[in-house]
Design a protein around this ligand. Structure first.
Ligand code: HEM
Length: 191
């Protein structure tokens, strides 16, 4: 019993010594504040993941071609919030970039539209309402469109082609079947 009390007194004085050491040294005080801040930040980032991650829900992938008119509803105002955008004749699903392309986003003018001309000419206003063949763009501007497309290719899912007026859509059903067959094969191999 007496030993317990001694232990308790010893550990109390250790804590008191530690606190007094920290309080009386500005360097230690600053270090303790820094550690507390870092611990707080780590804790916060674990409990509250970055907002953009929560802002969009993962939608099923789609693979099909679109006309300009068919693309238009996919500006983030639809029931599922999907956002598609065309660049250089190809359509990408940019739903995960909703904070850019969704309603109220900086680049909302590109959602549901062909963004090629805007990207090439640094203009964030909605492009033409009907099909834009981009034939009046300079070589530099077309190169810029291609560079932009590379960025979209890296960040977003490819959906299909932007169809010219009268152009028939590609039938992707074979590709899908092949894809799911491959998936099944790789699943059965891993089992
Ligand atoms: C003063 C002018 C501009 C500033 C300060 C600016 C700033 C930015 C910043 C900071 C980002 C990155 C945002 C992030 O990753 O969190 C960004 C992305 C982007 N900007 Fe701009 N921007 C400007 C003009 C433009 C113009 C004129 C265009 C095209 C017409 C444009 C198109 C884009 C696109 C497409 C993205 C990529 C969004 C994505 O990741 O999907 N920006 N901009």
């Amino acid at each position: 019993m007496a030993e317990d009390k001694l232990d308790e007194t010893a550990s109390r004085s250790l804590v008191a010594d530690f606190i007094s050491e920290v309080i009386h040294s500005p360097v230690n005080l600053a270090l303790v504040a820094l550690i507390a801040l870092l611990v707080y930040k780590i804790f916060r980032s674990k409990t509250q993941p970055d907002e953009p991650v929560q802002q969009y829900k993962e939608l099923p992938k789609i693979r099909r071609d679109f006309t300009v008119e068919e693309l238009r509803p996919y500006d983030g105002t639809g029931p599922d919030g999907r956002i598609l955008l065309a660049v250089n004749g190809n359509v990408y699903d940019v739903t995960k970039g909703a904070r850019f392309y969704g309603p109220g986003g900086t680049y909302a003018a590109f959602g549901g539209r062909d963004a090629s001309r805007g990207l090439a000419t640094f203009s964030v206003v909605p492009g033409k309402d009907d099909y834009d063949d981009l034939s009046d763009l300079t070589t530099d501007e077309m190169n810029s469109v291609k560079e932009w497309e590379e960025q979209f290719k890296e960040r977003y899912e490819y959906v299909g082609k932007l169809l010219r007026p009268g152009e028939a859509p590609t039938n992707y059903s074979d590709e899908e079947e092949e894809g799911s067959q491959q998936e099944n094969e790789s699943k059965s191999k891993s089992e």
